[in-house]
Design a protein around this ligand. Structure first.
Ligand code: PRE
Length: 276
């Protein structure tokens, strides 16, 4: 005798059972977060965001994901869960540079931080960085694909107490990501060390040089920003964290590196992509 096919009501009961279990697990997750606040000392630091932990959680999610549910949805759900549990530990706002348009920045902010976290618009990156510097634990989002028109905003990150880059979004890169605008996340310097697989440096070049860009690429690095300044070019360079600033300086030498020291302005987890 073959089993009778389940009825619609049977299948809906299964869905209700799963939904209730998921909801109970989320509430249980909230209880763990409640205990974590004391262990982590969130109240003292005023900032709960741990980008290195989040990058590894998002990577694990992408690696185990299977089945009918699109990865976009699974990623979006967990972004909202993690961001909201960050927010309930210590409220923060997300400040976005919308000089290249509000829509992609709003999509990125909402996808990665949900709707509970306030979204504040700024007409340029320096104003985002100033807002972050004046806050206790806010995050700033600056677009990476605006070219020279955005100016050398990363120079505002120079100095020990100045905000720093702490993450690059999206955590899971892929073609057709629903919020795939490349964005750097800026915060006040983290109390605990963040991810350092990629370290970002601000430097001044005398001129543009293809040979320098090529040497940087051979080290596994890249120029992620450049903008003209009074004498030469201000650049934002990304370098694997295993390499030293002197290796960066040697790679950039064909471009006439100089005028001021190479300065670290932040770091983030290794970029991770799926598909494509
Ligand atoms: O692991 C932590 O430190 C947490 O605060 C928990 C949690 C999460 O909800 O999983 C929230 C915020 C952090 O950015 C990372 C992860």
């Amino acid at each position: 005798m073959t089993e009778p096919a389940p009825t619609l009501a049977d299948l809906r009961r299964e869905i209700d059972r799963i939904d209730e279990a998921m909801h109970r697990l989320l509430m249980e997750r909230g209880e763990i977060i409640d205990r974590l606040i004391a262990t982590k000392g969130t109240a003292q630091s005023g900032a709960a965001f741990r980008p290195d932990r989040e990058a590894s959680m998002m990577r694990a999610l992408a690696e185990r994901h299977r089945g009918l549910l699109p990865l976009d949805t699974a990623e979006g759900i967990w972004r909202v869960i993690i961001a909201t549990f960050t927010y309930v530990q210590a409220p923060f706002s997300v400040h976005a540079d919308i000089s290249g348009g509000d829509a992609p920045m709003r999509d990125s902010a909402r996808f990665h931080f949900g709707f509970t976290v306030p979204y504040r618009q700024h007409d340029a990156a320096p104003s985002v960085i100033a807002a972050v510097a004046a806050s206790r634990g806010d995050l700033g989002l600056v677009r990476l694909d605006q070219g020279a028109s955005a100016g050398a905003w990363w120079r505002r990150l120079e100095g020990t107490d100045a905000p720093k880059v702490i993450a690059r979004l999206p955590f899971i890169e892929r073609p057709d990501h629903p919020a795939g605008t490349p964005v750097l996340v800026v915060s006040r310097p983290l109390a605990s060390p963040g991810a350092r697989e990629v370290v970002l440096y601000s430097a001044r070049l005398e001129r543009w040089s293809g040979a320098a860009a090529e040497a940087l690429a051979q080290l596994g690095g890249e120029l992620v920003g450049s903008a003209g300044e009074a004498q030469g070019l201000s650049v934002l360079a990304a370098l694997p964290g295993s390499l030293s600033p002197s290796q960066l300086a040697a790679a950039l030498a064909p471009a006439g590196l100089g005028g001021r020291p190479v300065v670290e302005v932040g770091s983030h987890a290794a970029r991770f992509s799926v598909g494509g």
